[in-house]
Design a protein around this ligand. Structure first.
Ligand SMILES: [Zn+2]
Length: 78
C-alpha cells in the first residue's frame, strides 16, 4: 500500500522533471494532461489539440504537482 504522502512526492518529482525540460512536453487542451511532445494524440482522452508553449507546460506541471486531480502526467510513454 502506498501512503498518500509518497504519492504526492512522486507527482512532485515528475513535475520537477517536466519543469526542467518543458520543451519535451505539451499540454492536452482536451483534458489538461501533460504528455510527451512527440505523441500525436493524447493517451488519456485521445484529443489532438495541444498547447506546446513551454510557459503553459510549466504552469500546468506546477498545478498538477500541487493538487490531486483526474488529469494524468502521462509518463507510461517514456
Ligand atoms: Zn487529453
Amino acid at each position: 500500500m502506498i501512503p498518500e504522502d509518497s504519492h504526492l512526492k512522486e507527482r512532485a518529482r515528475k513535475a520537477a522533471k517536466i519543469i526542467a525540460k518543458p520543451a519535451d512536453f505539451k499540454v492536452c487542451e482536451g483534458c489538461d494532461s501533460i504528455v510527451a511532445a512527440r505523441v500525436a494524440t493524447c493517451p488519456n482522452c485521445h484529443g489532438y489539440r495541444f498547447d506546446e508553449k513551454p510557459a503553459s507546460v510549466v504552469e500546468q506541471a506546477r498545478l498538477l504537482a500541487s493538487r490531486a486531480q483526474t488529469s494524468v502526467i502521462a509518463d507510461d510513454l517514456f
